[in-house]
Ligand binder design. Sequence first.
Ligand code: GRF
Length: 208
Amino acid sequence: MQRIVILVSGRGSNMAAVHQRCAAEGWPARVVAVVTNRAGAGALAHAAAHGIATAVVDHQAHATRQAFDDELARVVESFSPDLVLLAGFMRILGADFVRRFEGRMLNIHPSLLPAFPGLHTHRRALAAGCKVTGATVHFVVPEVDHGPIVLQSVVPVLAGDDEDTLAARVLATEHAIYPLAVRWFVEGRLRVDGGIVFHTGGASQVLI
Ligand code: GRF
C-alpha cells in the first residue's frame, strides 16, 4: 500500500478528487496525510471529515525559507510518503526539499506547460489570445512549474470566456487528470526517460 501525502494551501478540490478516486477505485495506495502552510485552508475540513491526518507548518512562523523547508520536510517525512503531491500549494520549495522527494513528487498546474508557469495563468492565456489552454500534471523539479510532464488536459478558450469561466472549465479537467496521473504512479505505470514521461501501457497522456 503506497502512502500519499498531499500539500495544500487552499480549498483543496484537487486533494479531494485524488482522495475520492483513490478510495472509490481501490488503488494500491492511501492518502495518509494532508499538510498545509495555512491553518485556515479549506482542505483541512475535508481531510478531517474523512479521517485523514493533518498537519500545519506555518511559513510565517519560520524566519527563513530554509527553516520552513526543513520543518516541512521533517513533517512530511514523518508520514513516510511514497508519493508527495502538491495540490495548490502556494509556497516555492527550495532545491534541497525538491531533491529529497524528486521522482516521487507531482504537481498540478493550470496551464499547458511550458506555457504560463507561475500565477494568473488563465488571465495570461486570455490576454495572449490562446485558442486552447488546459492543465498539466508534472514531476516536480527545482525550477518552479517545470519538470517531466505526465498528463495534460486541453480546454478550448470560448468566445466570451473570462478568467473565472475559463478557470472553472480547466479545474473540472484537473479533477480528472490529477487522480489519473496519481493512479498511474502508484500502479507503477510511469517511466521517465531523458526527461520524457511514458505510460508503460501506451495510454494516451492527453485528455481532450
Ligand atoms: C488549481 O488550479 C491547481 O492547478 C493550482 O492551484 C489550484 C488549486 O485548487 N496549482 P484546489 O485547492 O485544488 O481547489
